[in-house]
Design a protein around this ligand. Sequence first.
Ligand code: SF4
Length: 353
Amino acid sequence: MPSERSSGRAAGTAMLPADSAPSADLLAVEDLTVEFRSADGDVRVVDGVSLRVGEGETLAVLGESGSGKSVSSLAVLGLLPRPAGRVVGGSIRFRGTELTAVDERVLRELRGERMAMIFQDPQTALNPVMTVGAQIGEAARRRRGLSRRAAREKAIEMMRLVRIPDAERRVDDYPHQFSGGMRQRVVIAMALALDPELVIADEPTTALDVTVQQQIMSLLGELQRSRGVGLVLISHDLGVVAGAADRVVVMYAGRVVESGPLRPVYDRPAHPYTVGLMRSVPETDGAEPLVPIPGSPPSPGRLPDGCAFHPRCAMATDRCRVEVPVLRPVEDGRASACHYAEEVQRDGVPAAG
Ligand code: SF4
């Protein structure tokens, strides 16, 4: 798949500006800072976030609601709500091209052709008065100039790809005639219809029950591997992404607090927040009791002094209350923004309370 892509794309595909530098990374976000205007002034919701996604790689971005993970992905796609949301610092490079410097027309083309997003609620992502076939085929009609008949064939092909049974018959059905899991498969088919290089999936299974969640995650993983797509999986649930991701970035209060290859992070987390996330999701075998992280995340713009996690952290010390921990290497390819990362890795974190 990569060689096909690098050899040139079909007519009508988005063209990157001539100064595009080749890049080993599909996506490289460096020091991204995003602010929102509010009645109280500018509020920083993403602060110095860096992440990379290689070709054909799956990156999980984890954190609770309000951690900045979804805003970061909207910034990557140029979809921040305007005029309130703005990228005020840092860099977003897609295949070496600086996206913060390109105009809206180029971004729109990239979004349609080479980057796609899967939103969490298939109900709102789909038009209730259009057949699913028309919705899956629409982009191909608009951007590839396919006839109505060819777009319908394309829709059937995509529905087969995402394993919607009886695709030839169901292509003319409307979204309400599908279950939640099947609707999410339709949304995935729409996202993949133009063969994008990067797909960002924002909580793609949240609205679904546990069995269907697992089916959708394994479908996404399979499609990612077979089509060589770079995948960013945004989730609050480490359990959901554990089987699918190569690497993980954990975000809290707009910053990255831990990052690294998924398995070592999962086995020996180096930040108390990561430990909290792991304890707060149910184990599939029910072996470990579910322990929610006490308290709630701080509002952006009203962060506590020192480590933003300290009011909720069972290991907080006086140092944590005054000194902001920087993201630093802890071992090969891993980083943590905790003053006591090594202790956390070695001894774990005492249960709160
Ligand atoms: Fe907890 Fe302190 Fe580490 Fe923050 S720096 S996560 S408060 S131990």
